[in-house]
Design a protein around this ligand. Structure first.
Ligand code: ATR
Length: 294
């Protein structure tokens, strides 16, 4: 069998392992093209498919995995990472600590929930921006599953102060309390119009957008760009479009701006290794993604 998706030719047999991406929406995701490239490069008989599902349908979707003999593994994206945490059978140490799942590994009919977002994010920060969180103040926009992994990994890596800003203030406060309690790092949760935001943004060396604001071509930045301090690093987890309004405005103000391509790649490479026991070709994964968004 052979089919084409974007620039990848897939070869698989009827015995192929099936890998799945759960999300809503999923059409923007480059995980399918990236993971299929990794499967092909490793010579694995498998294919990675998007499965768009609403929250109400997620429990049944996960249940069907338990009886799927050729299930290879899965990823979970917006908005299901926290719900997935509650639906799997067991958890890795990272996923249990973070409270969100972005990777599912098949374990003899049971589902192991893992989280590779935090490690992928930290590696991207270090390798692409030479940024080490130790001793740094950070402002994070969003309080969903991705924000949980980002906040937790920054706190574990030695950040000294986290400000979490979210449209739904209760969610920001609850994540801040969680980080504070679990890591001892000072964290505060604020609503989008809180008067403390300008000072917090001016004082920080890293601003991270974990919200989906920016996925749409006409989405505004999730923050007033005038608040950004020149020299600060602005990281947008969004990788498509490659340059969001936030990153564009940040560059104009003399900030360093980094999109989420590196995090996508590194979290995906870790997920692949968990599913297959093999180290994937990161070069093949990167090339497949770059070919699509170039
Ligand atoms: P993920 O697991 O990928 O983080 P999520 O849990 O759905 O996905 O989180 C998405 C984040 O984007 C949330 O912080 C969400 O804010 P709410 O908690 O208020 O829902 C944020 N978000 C999504 N759409 C938004 C919008 N239009 N404006 C502001 N924030 C938005």
């Amino acid at each position: 069998m052979c089919l084409r998706r974007d620039s990848i030719s897939l070869r698989f047999t009827a015995a192929a392992k099936v890998f799945i991406l759960f999300g809503d929406p999923v059409a923007h995701s480059l995980s399918p093209v990236m993971q299929n490239a990794a499967l092909q490069a490793a010579g694995i008989d498998g294919l990675y498919i998007p499965w768009r599902v609403q929250s109400a349908g997620l429990p049944a979707a996960f249940e069907s995995l338990r009886g799927m003999e050729n299930f290879g593994g899965a990823n979970v994206t917006i908005p299901h990472k926290e719900q997935a945490f509650a639906l799997v059978d067991t958890l890795t140490k990272e996923a249990a600590a973070v409270g969100a799942v972005n990777t599912i590994v098949a374990r003899g009919g049971r589902l192991l929930g893992a989280n590779t977002d935090g490690q992928g994010f930290l590696r991207s920060l270090q390798e692409e921006a030479d940024f080490l969180p130790c001793g740094k103040r950070v402002v994070i926009f969003g309080a969903g599953g991705a924000a949980r992994a980002v906040s937790f990994s920054l706190a574990e890596a030695g950040a000294v102060e986290l400000t979490i800003v979210n449209r739904t203030v209760e969610r920001a406060q609850s994540l801040a309390e969680f980080v504070d309690r679990e890591t001892g790092v000072s964290a505060i949760g604020l609503g989008p119009d809180d008067p403390h935001i300008p000072a917090r943004v001016r004082d920080c060396t890293l601003v991270v957008n974990t919200t989906s604001v920016g996925l749409g071509p006409s989405d505004p930045p999730p923050i007033d760009p005038a608040l950004l301090r020149p020299g600060a690093l602005v990281y947008d987890l969004i990788y498509r479009p490659r340059e969001t309004a936030l990153l564009r405005e940040a560059e104009k103000r003399g900030c360093r701006a980094l999109g989420g391509l590196g995090m996508l790649l590194y979290q995906g490479a870790l997920a692949f290794a968990l599913w297959t026991g093999q180290t994937p070709s990161e070069e093949a994964m990167r090339q497949a993604v770059v070919d699509v968004i170039a």
